[in-house]
Design a protein around this ligand. Structure first.
Ligand code: PMP
Length: 422
């Protein structure tokens, strides 16, 4: 990435960057680009939820939703999401407000009870490991860390995890019980898994008979362009390949309706669905079906969901465009950075010269621009190259975002030229 500069040219650029940074630090900024939260205007798109479901409290089949029960979740809401999540309605559960909770629970149940098809429990094995495509989502890694599950990094390619590496590792190591996947508009790179990657995940041989793919389709309908990127159907591919129980599908409305009061989904094979239902029955007598009902009324059907997501896109796309425009104007051709141009999802990945990410984040914080900690995209918070910075453009207003990205570019130039001068 680095461009060779003459000593004089470098000295000039460094002096310029230092001045710019001084100006930036003097601005008294207080900007936050840390987490991929929907902006208030995005949440406003679902304000109708506050007056829904009105006086209504029965489902389409006449069930009184005020009462206990209905562990599978509201059928009419599951119908709306079945297509987007590529799970047959009968194999899709609608649950509480967080899909992360469901992922956590699946790991806990696998540890304490084992998964369908095997007698042994994960917790009884000497060693348990998960494959972690990097850069990836820090909260996935947090679940592994919490339960002492070893994390093995796998590099991401433009088509998903490097499948040569994945196939080799899962074939030889029975301790590898799972892999974290964000298959569409991945967090944080924005890449989407190719059909070939999906086919290989479905058909590969695993040494562990109880291997599971944690298919976190968090951004299934979160498009940023006219092309709605679609992925191959992993659940069906696994069934066809003779591994029907291999995949757990997750999704939620966190970035569709209200991040703090949405609905999460789990989909899988009939055996896995039965498994999760039987375990969940011990911790709950049923989900918040009134919340599910107001979601079903708000979104109506798959077309309604599409229209709703177009409104999000109208708010988000200008922000992502601004990030791309400013990074190009400020850092294009400098040899100091590369960045992703996602077609959907919530994140842009900025790559800076090796050994610079932490320092860029530190300098930005000193100037009042808070970024996701460098390293968060890797297991144990440790990016061995110290090169990846995750940018979350959704939450700030456009003006603030533009200021923040310009400021971030100043920090990249400062740290990059300082490093080159050493
Ligand atoms: N998975 C991914 C990939 C995410 O980026 C996020 C939110 N940042 C979540 C899950 C969290 O989902 P939920 O709100 O449904 O728990």
């Amino acid at each position: 990435m680095t461009i060779e500069l003459s000593p004089d040219a470098l000295a000039g650029l460094l002096e310029q960057a230092r001045k710019e940074y001084q100006n930036l630090a003097g601005c008294g900024l207080s900007l936050d680009l840390t987490r991929g939260k929907p902006a208030p205007e995005q949440l406003d798109l679902s304000n109708a939820l506050f007056s829904l479901p009105g006086e209504r409290y029965t489902s389409a089949d006449g069930t009184d939703l005020r009462n206990y029960g209905g562990l599978q979740g509201l059928p009419e809401l599951r119908e709306i999401f079945a297509e987007a999540l590529q799970v047959p309605v009968g194999q899709l559960l609608a649950a509480g407000n967080s899909s992360l909770e469901l992922m956590h629970d699946c790991v806990v149940h696998a540890l304490l009870s084992g998964v369908p098809g095997v007698e042994s429990r994960w917790v009884d094995q000497d060693r348990i490991a998960f494959l972690c495509p990097v850069p990836g989502y820090d909260r996935h890694f947090g679940i592994c860390e919490r339960f002492g599950i070893e994390m093995i990094q796998v590099p991401m390619t433009a088509e998903g995890p490097d499948m040569d590496v994945v196939e080799r590792l899962v074939a030889e190591d029975p301790a590898i019980k799972g892999i974290w996947c964000v298959p569409k508009y991945s967090n944080p790179t924005g890449i989407t898994y190719s059909d070939a990657t999906v086919a290989r995940l479905a058909s590969m041989s695993t040494a562990a008979p109880d291997f599971r793919i944690f298919w976190d389709n968090a951004y299934a309908v979160h498009h940023l362009t006219d092309t709605s990127v679609e992925i191959a159907d992993l659940l069906a591919a696994c069934a066809e390949a003779g591994h029907p129980d291999r995949t757990f599908v997750f999704g939620s409305t966190s970035k569709i309706t209200l991040a703090g009061a949405g609905v999460a989904f789990f989909g899988s094979s009939p055996a896995n669905v039965e498994w999760l239902l039987s375990k969940s029955a011990k911790r709950s007598i049923g989900p918040d079906k009134i919340n599910q009902l107001r979601h079903a009324i708000l979104l109506q059907d798959t077309d309604g969901l599409r229209t709703h997501m177009e409104r999000h896109r109208a708010l988000l796309q200008p922000k992502f465009d601004a990030v791309a425009r400013i990074l190009e104007a400020e850092l294009g051709g400098s040899g100091l950075a590369g960045w992703t141009s996602p077609e959907g999802g919530y994140f842009v990945t900025l790559e800076v010269p090796e050994g610079c990410a932490k320092e860029v984040v530190r300098r930005a914080a000193e100037a009042g621009i808070v970024l996701t900690p460098a390293g968060a995209t890797h297991p144990y918070g440790d990016d061995p190259r110290d090169a990846v910075i995750r940018i979350a453009p959704s939450y700030p207003g456009l003006d603030e975002l533009e200021q923040a990205i310009k400021g971030l570019a100043v920090c990249v130039r400062l740290v990059g030229y300082e490093r080159q001068s050493r």
